[in-house]
Structures are given as C-alpha cells and as structure tokens.
Design a protein around this ligand. Structure first.
Ligand code: HAM
Length: 445
C-alpha cells in the first residue's frame, strides 16, 4: 500500500531541502546583521494559549486535539503567543530592548491553495521593551533587508504601512465606541475580498442608516497613499479637544517612523495603505504587510505592534512589535523572478581507488580532509578506474585523489585538477599542508 502526504504538507527531497535551507540561511544572516538572538519554543501548546489571543480566524484553523492525558492541545499556528509567554515569564531578567528571532514550522488547517499550505515555515522577528517608533522602524527596515537579501528590489515588493491607532481615533471622531470600532476594523480587514453591497449590509447594525456614506468615507481613507494627504485628512476630523490632541501626537510618531525608514534606506519600499488592519486580535498600533509590488498574490510577511499581549498572558506591562515572513509565498515570488539559486551540491574531492591497500590509504586521507571541513567522496565498493573517473565527472568534483598501486608503493597520492587537467604527486604525509593551498589556488597546468 502506498501512502501519500496529507493535504497541505510537504516532503523535501534534497534539492527542495537545499532551497529551503538557502532561505533559512539568508533569514538568519539578516537577523544576525541586526543583532537579534535566536530562540525556540514548543510546536505543541495548550489550546488555551490561542483562544482569544490569536483571534477567531486562526482559532477556526487550528490543528487541535486532546492528548492522552486529557489536555486540550494545539499545533502552533503562529509564534507570537508562545513568544509573549516566554518573554513575560523572564521579563525582569532580560536586557531591553529584547531583540529575538526564530525560524520554525507552523500549522493551520486552511484550504491548501497557491501560497497557502497547512504546514509552512515562518521567520518571526520581534522587539520587546521599546514603545517608541524606533522599534517599528528597525523591524520594517529588517523586513526590507531580508527581502533584498534574496535579490528582490523596489520593483518587486512593497511594504504596506497602516495604523490601528489612527483608525481608532478616526472611528472615535465618528462617534463609535471601542466595540463598534473593533467590529468596523473586522470589516475593513475583509473589504478587499468583499463586494460593496455586502460591506454596507455588515456595517448597517453598527452605524445605522448612513452605512453607505460611512463606507464611502472609509474607502476614501483606504485610497490615501501619501503622508501629507493622510495628515490633512486626520486633522480635518477634529479641530480641538482630546481626539484632536491625540491625532496630532500620533501624526508626529508617523513622521518619526517615516523619517527613520528613509534614513535606513527602506523609504522607497513603503506604501501607505490604511486598508491593512491585520486579522489577528492582539495588534495595537502600526501594522504592516509585505506584498509583491504588483499587489498580486498573498502576503509575503505581516506584523505590527502588540503592546498588550505580554500582560494578557500573565507577564508585566511590555510593549512589543514584530512580524513573520512565510517561506511559501517567498519561494513562489523568487521562482517567478528567476531568483531561485542553483543548489547543485558537488564534492571538493573524489578519491579514485585501485585495490584493498589503496582503499585503506584513501579512507585514512579522506578522514583528514573531512575533518578540515572539505567534502570528499569515494566509491563504496571496488570499481574500475574508468568507471570511477566517469562518476567523478558526473558528480562535478573539483579534484580527484588517485590511489593506484604505484602511488601506494611510493607513499604518495596523485592529484588531478579537473578544471586545468593538471596532475601532480604529493607525499601523503604532507596532506594537511597541501589541501588548503589546493582549495585556494587549484593546480596549474
Ligand atoms: P500572519 O499574517 O498570520 O502573522 O502570518 C505571517 C506570514 O506567514 C504570512 O504573511 C504568510 O507569508 C505566512 N503564512 C501564514 N499562513 C500561511 C499558510 N497557511 N501557508 C503559507 N504561509 C502562511 C502572524 O502569524 C503573526 N504572528 C506575525 C507576527 C509576529 N506579529 C508579530 N510578531
């Protein structure tokens, strides 16, 4: 009987695995360049951790079950609640700002489709303990650099920037309380995929008869693409009083964020788009998503501020901001741009072996070369010289180490450089000295 993988789960044959590891290594490199530390957390968590904290949409997609001890558990659909718990539990002992990252697999029972699977990897990058826009700017700059690391440029992707704080101020100016505002933002989040009539229908119970006009005002805000227009619009909503003061203060934070993003070289990637509000329940301030520049396809990454989550999970008051990038949409984009690296792996050396005594010598020398960190392969069973050379060629080896009976007698090995065609004998006891030189300069003909 043949078994197939479950829908939405992937197998990684070596080439796919090499490609995945290439993505991981770029992610890791960029996180290190910004001096973030790597952490990890369990893949299986108490179901409770996600209820309410993550929001309806994710909870409806959980892989959850009861374990043998009768506990309600879930495979992690995202990292943020686990991370907030980790940080909350040790908050007093951690030096702030806390800058951490993780690369790990996550599980959501979604309908598998382009860009969406049931098991996928995320690159989570978060900062805790810094409330000002400096932390948001650092993370968005990191996100941009992480995408640039794959060769993606300004023509390829954009980061859409929005702000739940500004939305709440706008809706407060409309006279909505916090419950009504949350309901409206839930609708804004789905607006792109909903027809207008349906949106009006959903707004009716919240804002009453003038839902159509209300929606038009929302649409006008979502169409804003530059800061000056956004600023003018916000200031026009309230000229004095508490809301007006808060709007002015918030716009100053926007200016600070945009200034820093420009200074970090990320400015040209930023697109103001209040249509992004994020579906997850914990976001509080600036929120953002990265997309292919054409706007097509699903998000490459998403994140934002979540200043209340650590406390909600039993920790102290702790501002937080972060994002996660997924491997599935990223790999699709790299493929479509021809930026997928060539992952063929070839050995540095292949030992060519003539007889039992030669095999002992070749294996001893291979052990030395391998311990130096270079790749060596030899045939696992005896074969003709002709066949072995053919194999060495097929595998794309750079050098052959030839062990025939003559060489064994003289205590040498013969080296062939496949690029130049040159051959030379070296004493076996000088192996450790000659190998690094050969790797660096090859053998001249
Ligand atoms: P999210 O928007 O749910 O945010 O997911 C972030 C990214 O993970 C998405 O943009 C997408 O690339 C990838 N992703 C999500 N679901 C799937 C799926 N079913 N298949 C393939 N890729 C997927 C979060 O998860 C937040 N916890 C991010 C965060 C970190 N916020 C603060 N810190």
């Amino acid at each position: 009987m043949q078994f197939e993988t479950l829908p939405g789960f992937r197998e990684f044959y070596p080439e796919a695995c090499a490609r995945r590891n290439h993505i991981f290594s770029q992610w890791r490199k960029v996180a290190r360049a910004f001096n973030f530390s790597e952490y990890d957390a369990p893949v299986l968590e108490p179901l409770e951790l996600y209820i309410e904290k993550s929001g309806e949409e994710i909870v409806g997609q959980l892989f959850n079950f009861e374990d043998r001890g009768g506990r309600a558990v879930a495979m992690r659909p995202e990292m943020t609640p686990s991370l907030a718990r980790l940080v909350g539990a040790k908050a007093n002992g951690l030096k702030r700002p806390i800058k951490w990252f993780n690369i790990g697999e996550h599980y959501r029972y979604e309908r598998p489709q382009k860009g969406r699977l049931r098991a996928f990897y995320q690159y989570n990058v978060d900062i805790f303990g810094e409330a000002g826009p400096g932390a948001d700017a650092e993370l968005i700059a990191l996100l941009v650099q992480a995408l640039q690391a794959f060769g993606l440029a300004v023509a390829d992707f954009k980061v859409r920037l929005s702000d739940r704080d500004l939305w709440l101020l706008m809706l407060a100016a409309e006279g909505l309380d916090s419950d009504a505002s949350a309901a409206v933002l839930g609708i804004v989040d789905k607006l792109e995929r909903m027809d207008r009539e349906k949106a009006v229908e959903k707004l009716c119970p919240i804002v009453g008869d003038e839902a159509d006009a209300f929606l038009s005002r929302i649409e006008a805000v979502i169409a804003i693409r530059d800061f000056d227009t956004l600023s003018a619009h916000m200031r026009s909503l309230a000229s004095e009083g508490d809301i007006a003061d808060q709007i002015v203060a918030r716009l100053q934070e926007w200016q600070e964020l945009l200034k820093r993003l420009n200074a970090a070289g990320a400015g040209e990637f930023i697109q103001i788009d209040l249509g992004i509000v994020r579906g997850l329940a914990y976001y509080t301030g600036f929120v953002f998503e990265a997309f292919e520049a054409s706007g097509a396809g699903r998000a490459l990454a998403g994140g934002g501020r979540y200043d209340a989550l650590v406390k909600k999970l039993g920790g102290p008051e702790m501002p937080a901001v972060g994002f996660a990038m997924g491997d599935v949409t990223l790999a699709d984009l790299l493929d479509s741009k021809g930026l997928t690296a060539n992952y063929v792996q070839s050995p540095d050396f292949i030992a060519i072996i003539g007889g039992a005594e030669a095999r002992d010598a070749a294996m001893a020398d291979s052990a030395v070369i391998r311990s130096m960190g270079y790749t060596v392969e030899y045939p696992l069973k005896d074969q003709s010289f002709g066949k072995q050379f053919k194999e060495a060629n097929n595998k794309g080896a750079r050098f052959a180490l030839i062990y025939g009976s003559d060489e064994i007698e003289k205590g040498v090995f013969k080296l062939r450089d496949f690029a130049s065609g040159a051959e030379k004998e070296f004493p076996r006891d000088a192996l450790a000295e000659v190998i690094p030189e050969l790797i660096a300069s090859g053998l001249e003909s």
